[in-house]
Ligand binder design. Structure first.
Ligand code: KG4
Ligand code: ZN
Length: 333
């Protein structure tokens, strides 16, 4: 089976073709980073217009790279939420039109399930149920993934996400947007013990996250000094990665007593899982708790069409949900 996946919930317009043997035939991503960089974050109205401008071009490139014909498509999957409504309308409307033209099912995909199931696209041996840590720009939560469409949410952020924290600190340090990769590069030369940034909520025995206090604490540190030099920037970035990792681990620790004895694996997904340092810390945690660790290559950590196509394969049904309306909010579990 070949499913086309369309992603447009934030600032990536992406179309991918994936088959049920886990082969990614193509995964074309048009990033709007350059467009939004001057604003230091995504501007929803501009994002929607750019999705509209690019979606057909990205689709044509993806089908050409996949070297298949339209008649070989078995279903059309598109992100229908959560996300920025303008982009969701563009992607899902394009997908519905395509599904009608091909007489194939339209599959509305929850972006969070897309991230959640991606470690199964990258690793054929990852079985349900598994513990999932998702850390991205828009989301940060821990859930037990019970099946391809059923999850139990164990905790989520009460304010910012980990990715947002990285993006905002990068902006404060003048490192540009998106912040995650820039912080990671800068941190390579820094001392992770230089600053002891706080681990919010650590006294609470739950799986919720909070990152806004961490961001503020970095802001105070920057304000205390003169214009930060490269050494200080590197130390801040390394110490920030350390604090984020500590926070993620502290919350994961509280998830362990809550999961079923059948849950033997921990998967790490979302844009922040592209970070090598944080990834390594989570992998160590998994090993210390007797869980097998799973992640994905960088291109599949951040938003992409392949994760949506794969989710369409996992959730495939002949029923075409043409009346499904995009949802800005669509919680998992
Ligand atoms: O999953 P994603 O592409 O979009 C959302 O669904 O939000 O995640 C984007 C987030 C951004 O905050 C970005 O700074 C962060 O993932 N990110 C990283 C890295 N690459 C992207 N964070 C840390 N290290 C990275 N290498
Ligand atoms: Zn995402």
């Amino acid at each position: 089976m070949i499913v086309v996946g369309i992603e447009s919930s934030c600032d990536e317009t992406s179309v991918a073709f994936v088959d049920s043997e886990r082969q990614i035939l193509s995964n074309v991503i048009h990033s709007q980073i350059a467009t939004h960089a001057e604003y230091g974050g995504v501007v929803p109205e501009i994002a929607a217009r750019e999705h509209l401008e690019k979606i057909r071009i990205v689709f044509d490139e993806a089908i050409a790279k996949a070297e298949i014909g339209l008649s070989e498509i078995d279903a059309v999957a598109a992100t229908c939420g959560p996300g920025l409504i303008g982009g969701l309308i563009v992607g899902s409307s394009f997908a519905k039109g395509l599904a009608v033209a091909l007489s194939k099912p339209f599959l509305p995909i929850n972006h969070l399930f897309g991230h959640a199931l991606t470690p199964r696209l990258s690793n054929a041996d990852l079985e349900f149920p598994y513990l999932l840590l998702l850390a991205s720009g828009g989301h940060c939560f821990i859930a037990e993934i019970l099946s391809q469409s059923n999850a139990r949410l164990l905790g989520s952020t009460i304010d910012d996400s980990a990715g947002e924290c990285l993006d905002k600190v990068a902006k404060m340090l003048g490192l540009g947007y998106p912040g995650g990769p820039a912080v990671e590069r800068m941190a390579t030369f820094g001392n992770e013990l230089a600053y002891n940034f706080p681990t919010p909520l650590s006294s609470q025995k739950n799986c919720n996250f909070s990152f806004s206090g961490l961001k503020t604490s970095v802001l105070y540190k920057i304000k205390e000094s003169e214009e930060p030099n490269d050494k200080m920037r590197s130390d801040i970035c390394a110490s920030l990665q350390n604090a984020i990792a500590r926070s993620l681990l502290d919350r994961l620790k509280n998830a362990i007593p809550l999961i079923s004895h059948r849950t033997r694996s921990l998967a790490f997904a979302g844009g922040v899982s592209a970070n090598k340092y944080i990834n390594q810390r989570i992998a160590e945690f998994a090993s210390n708790h007797g869980l097998k660790f799973y992640n994905s290559p960088t291109k599949l950590c951040t938003d992409n069409g392949a994760m949506i196509a794969w989710c369409g394969i996992e959730q495939f049904t002949e029923e075409s949900a043409l009346d499904f309306e995009p949802r800005p909010r669509w919680p998992i579990g």
